[in-house]
Design a protein. Structure first.
Length: 559
């Protein structure tokens, strides 16, 4: 049977303009509608909002859920209580012979109460709206509200286990084994899904025992996912699953092409179109660009817009792709939200003093022209890197916890073997079996230790990238000379310059000093503190340095 929530989300756009569908209802509109339509107790079930206001506040119009629609003036209409919906069109001619057409909708309920909707609905096609409501009351027998804002972390553990087992299957089917890189990524995903200790144990046993003979079929696991989730989440779950499969595959391979046999073979089981598969690939690609390239806030914003456009073309809400989180450890809201404008870290008086000094150049313009906002423009990437570090640290704790548990179980097995030997019983077969278990557990410990190392390496890499953001990529050597002019600061100059290398001259024939690649995190942290202590990024020092440099150039010309 078709699902009412899915039907409304798939078809409500056809009734007119200014329709916003969850999960892509702008937050301000959603909050205004929740308050205005008194939806506080069921706001998570809102499927769509028709905004009938002139300035887009969404305080008037219609709210749709799986059980009812609410009009800002005529109130609540429960679908199961609607008997009939009629479209009425009246045409009249005034004294001057001018034709006037009036349209309205009559909703008749089963208790014979009729409501004539004539107020508002200025951007609604009333014929389409009537057909839409009549399909709701004639083609559905069950009406229920479903949580539209739920992430996988909030779904049942049975679903999470099946979801993870499909990814385990992929890693095993690929080459007949699960290596430390793959296990590390599976643990990271378990951390993001907030899986319980008991469920993590089940996944660990499945990884230990998996073979061609006892692997769980994909169809069986997909049935578990569907039976433990609401229908309106099925598409999002499948796209998210495709995205996580691609991520684990790419994270453990050198390739980045789309020749991914497991996904290509099973995409029909996942019920995904080529456009939806492409969206999953693009999502991973964009996340990796943020992770591995030195993208500033503007570039990250551009990436998010391009991905949102791709999602819209595929008919999929962007937030749906991220219901398991992202490669970079953040939710869709954290990725797609607009970037706040950042100040210079100065007091109001200091900022005004600089503006007064420059005159016609604006406060923001000073930052752009002098480079004072160099750190500011990487704030989003810095935040994302910190999220990965936190996620990796949490994952590391889980892996250590599991290693300790396996060691404890191994010690127990070895102790029981000694007890059996001391009893001098005829237990050769039992000892052989326990020795086999012993070897398997030792192999498991080695695998988990490798996964721990890979997770730690990823955390360290992100920490290094985050620390690099505290240092200018291209060093203004004259500014550093000016700021370290005193004898006591000379060692600071040497430490900074030693970690930059001369590159080709720029268009003004000046030598360029670029931050070296192979710098330890500890050194980068120390340099970041030095730049901050020297005031390298402060506007006053930048302007002072630029002015001094210009004067020196003039002296050189007239020398």
């Amino acid at each position: 049977m078709a699902n009412i929530n899915k039907f409304i989300k798939d078809n409500v756009k056809n009734i007119g303009e200014n329709i916003y569908i969850t999960p892509e209802i702008p937050e301000k509109k959603l909050n205004n509608a929740i308050k205005s339509f008194k939806c506080e107790k069921f706001y998570e079930s809102i499927l769509a909002i028709y905004d009938d206001t002139l300035f887009g506040s969404a305080k008037e119009g219609i709210v749709f859920t799986g059980e009812k629609m609410i009009h800002h003036k005529y109130g609540e209409f429960i679908y199961s209580n609607i008997d009939k919906v009629e479209y009425i069109e009246n045409t009249t001619i005034d004294n001057k012979g001018k034709e006037k057409k009036d349209e309205f909708i009559i909703i008749k309920t089963k208790n014979q109460i009729s409501n004539k909707l004539v107020y508002g609905l200025s951007n609604i096609n009333k014929k389409n709206f009537t057909q839409f409501l009549n399909k709701i009351i004639s083609e559905f027998e069950e009406y229920k509200e479903e949580n539209q804002l739920k992430e996988i972390a909030d779904m049942p553990d049975e679903l999470k286990i099946a979801y993870l087992k499909i990814i385990v299957n992929m890693t095993f089917i690929d080459d007949g084994q699960i290596d430390e890189k793959e296990l590390s990524e599976i643990f990271v995903l378990m951390t993001k899904l907030e899986i319980t200790n008991n469920s993590r144990f089940k996944i660990r046993v499945y990884i230990r025992e998996i073979s061609e003979e006892n692997i769980n079929p994909i169809e069986y696991l997909l049935d578990i996912i569907r039976n433990n989730s609401e229908t309106s989440h099925h598409k999002s779950l499948m796209i998210s699953l495709a995205k996580d499969l691609i991520n684990v595959y790419f994270s453990t391979k050198d390739t980045r092409d789309k020749n991914f046999e497991f996904l290509n073979k099973n995409k029909n089981l996942f019920e995904l179109s080529d456009e939806e598969i492409d969206l999953a690939y693009d999502t991973i690609k964009k996340d990796y660009e943020i992770l591995n390239k030195n993208l500033d806030d503007d570039a990250i914003k551009k990436n998010a817009k391009e991905l949102a456009s791709k999602a819209a073309a595929a008919g999929v809400p962007l937030a749906a792709v991220y219901i398991s989180g992202s490669v970079i450890g953040m939710s869709a809201a954290g990725i797609t939200s607009g970037l706040a404008t950042l100040g210079m870290g100065m007091g109001m008086s200091g900022g005004l003093a600089i503006i007064g000094l420059i005159g016609v150049v604006s406060y923001k313009g000073v930052k752009r022209l002098t480079g004072a906002n160099e750190l500011d423009k990487y704030k989003t990437r810095e935040l994302m890197l910190k999220e990965i570090i936190k996620l990796s640290q949490k994952t590391t704790s889980l892996i250590i916890e599991d290693i300790n548990l396996i060691i404890k179980q191994l010690n127990s097995v070895m102790s029981s073997q000694e007890d059996l030997k001391n009893e001098n019983e005829d237990i050769i077969h039992l000892l052989i079996m326990r020795n086999a278990v012993n070897k398997k557990m030792q192999k498991e410990i080695t695998l988990f230790q490798g996964a721990l190392q890979k997770t730690d390496e990823k955390s360290n890499q992100c920490q290094n990238s985050a620390s690099r953001l505290q240092c200018p990529k291209i060093l203004n050597i004259e500014r550093v000379k000016s700021l370290t002019d005193e004898p006591t600061k000379k060692p600071l100059y040497n430490l900074i310059v030693d970690n930059y290398e001369k590159k080709k001259k720029d268009i003004d024939n000046n030598e360029v000093f670029e931050l070296k690649q192979d710098i330890s995190t500890e050194t980068l942290d120390e340099m970041g503190k030095i730049f901050k202590a020297l005031g390298y990024f402060e506007v006053g020092n930048i302007v002072k340095s630029a002015t001094s440099e210009s004067i020196n150039k003039i002296k050189g010309i007239f020398g």
